[in-house]
Design a protein around this ligand. Sequence first.
Ligand code: NDP
Ligand code: HSE
Length: 436
Amino acid sequence: MNAIKVGLLGIGTVGSGTFHVLQRNQAEIRGRAGRGIEVSMVCRRDVAAARAVVGDAAVVTADPYAIINNPEIDIVVETIGGCGLARELVLAAIAQGKHVVTANKALLAVHGTEIFEAARAKGVMVAFEAAVAGGIPIIKALREGLTANRIEWIAGIINGTTNFILSEMKAKGLDFDVVLKEAQRLGYAEADPTFDIEGVDAAHKLTLMSAIAFGVPVQFDKAYVEGITQLQAADIRYAEQLGYRIKLLGHTRRRENGIELRVHPTLVPANRLIANVEGAMNAVLVQGDAVGTTLYYGKGAGAEPTASAVVADLVDITRLATADPDHRVPHLAFQPDAISNTPILPMEDVISGYYLRMRVADEAGVLSRITTILAEHDISIDGMLQRESADGEKQTDLIILTHETVEGRMNKALAQMQGLPTVLAPIVRIRKEDLA
Ligand code: NDP
Ligand code: HSE
């Protein structure tokens, strides 16, 4: 059988990784896919740079439509990034009857519903393993390996840049700004790292996992997103003293009244495996009713780890290309008529434990007034730490850990505590998950 022909839109980090892995492992990949997979065209504006990667092995063009409109191309791989041109090209490729592989989480988290519907109508596949946690085959695990399960929750470290920053802040006691500069110097963080540090990149990935796990449409606009820019070294230190690590966690959970979908800094017990995922590595915990807890760990970015996922999708499509479209694995794991309208819960209804750090006057009755407010809101205290005041100091840091409560209730208690004259600075609140 002839090799399946692939066109790469974009041949930067992920595109060139894909090209190299396909070249190097050609024989094995052919053995697994049942036929060869060949990159026959690549596209980028800097044609000379593209030529430097592929040599004479593929046709190089600066015009993406030269690939999309070429009837010889079976699969289009989109690794340009962003939501503008990438959306236009992916929809155009689908309209031409091409299968699509993309690493673009932003595109699918925001425009997934439109893209999957277009692909379904045309009978083509859109595969996106590389879009979530780079080289970790988490989409495959959720969509196929765990298909017997009712998924209960997913919690993941799904942004390498922020995990590197948090690891360095903990290890070296440095503040956020200092470590961010180091991350940029080492090439982990982008020149504009906003999507990473503000939690947006993690929320894109979480939105995709949540849709697959719970059979709901992709709804990035309903995700709660909070990054790590406000985190202080003091909170990382206090969390450590209380037996916790702070991670930027993506968390999605099925509740009776809907689905939680949230990314924010989170205290995780230091003895959990996921709390010990350091540096730029990613990890995803999945809780299924039959299997229990499973953990997936690996590189969430980089040329070849991400290419590993792109090529896996190419092999899947090659194997399934001739199957009746109704009998392929559905894009979002559930058949289109089984997608439910279970609501994504507003943050007020989310249930979580909390870490509260308060700068308070060091005088009699302060603690009792605070604990009274918590008790009035039926919020139970799980642990407490008071930093010893230095000689002559009239203020101290009071850290309180609470058991789980509803966020709306905590908001009311926080407003009251903040109003106390003995609370001297804005209260720091970080959510806490036991992940048991
Ligand atoms: P790069 O910036 O390295 O590559 C982007 C490529 O697209 C370049 O070759 C660029 O070349 C080309 N391109 C950009 N605009 C155009 C255009 N108008 N016409 C034709 N080609 C264009 O990005 P990455 O490879 O890092 O990322 C690609 C995608 O993969 C993104 O969606 C990203 O989020 C995702 N991803 C990346 C990971 C990583 O580790 N880097 C990990 C997981 C996902 P030129 O400028 O010459 O046109
Ligand atoms: N910027 C992302 C990260 C790259 O830091 O994890 C992979 O999606």
